[in-house]
Write a protein that binds this ligand. Structure first.
Ligand SMILES: CC(C)(COP(=O)(O)OP(=O)(O)OC[C@H]1O[C@@H](n2cnc3c(N)ncnc32)[C@H](O)[C@@H]1OP(=O)(O)O)[C@@H](O)C(=O)NCCC(=O)NCCS
Length: 155
């Protein structure tokens, strides 16, 4: 299944339940639906996106999501995740490139993110898109005290 069968669109309030469920599947220390609702409706810096599967019948299903905060000319990707059944089909790449393009259009000149030291799969994805390692954040993750790698894409 090619990424062309998915559409990349802004997240809406009606996506929050699906995104919250995906978040719980994908992360050890998931954000709550309340956090997503706050981010979507009240955080002026935030921009959230989903990838929808174009089904021939029924409603399009959310299979990936991501978000960033735009602070001046810096976009910071705060989350990106793909449904476990839809990985290695280019959706992570679609989400990150879609957010990078949206941030660039909104004035970003660099895009940053943190990724767990152990998350080699995600690091590989980011590196393929041009992100470079620029630093570390010690004991960044609350659930297990893991360090984060800081990666930046210079636009
Ligand atoms: C990381 C994640 C978003 C990747 O999504 P994806 O849709 O599988 O990514 P893509 O198909 O676009 O992969 C692009 C490239 O990244 C690398 N990659 C991604 N997943 C990989 C894996 N499981 N093993 C090895 N390389 C991997 C590969 O180089 C891949 O290219 P290839 O398939 O041609 O070899 C997904 O695994 C995920 O949601 N993980 C859980 C949440 C998470 O860790 N988010 C990132 C937080 S910083």
């Amino acid at each position: 299944m090619a990424a062309a069968e998915f559409v990349f669109t802004p997240m809406t309030e009606s996506d929050i339940d699906a995104v919250g469920a995906l978040e719980e599947q994908c992360f050890a220390d998931p954000w709550t639906r309340t956090t997503f609702r706050h981010e979507l409706l009240s955080n002026q810096l935030a921009s959230y996106w989903v990838a929808r599967l174009c089904l021939s019948t029924g409603l399009p299903a959310v299979v990936a999501y991501g978000g960033y905060w735009l602070m001046g000319d810096e976009a910071h990707i705060v989350n990106v995740a793909v449904h476990p059944d839809f990985r290695r089909r280019g959706l992570g790449t679609l989400m990150v490139t879609g957010m990078v393009d949206a941030a660039r259009c909104a004035g970003a000149r660099l895009v940053t993110l943190e990724v767990r030291m152990s998350n080699r799969d995600a690091q590989k994805l980011y590196a393929r898109l041009g992100f470079v390692e620029v630093g570390e954040r010690r004991r960044y993750y609350n659930d297990n005290g893991e360090d984060a790698l800081l990666m930046t894409l210079f636009l």
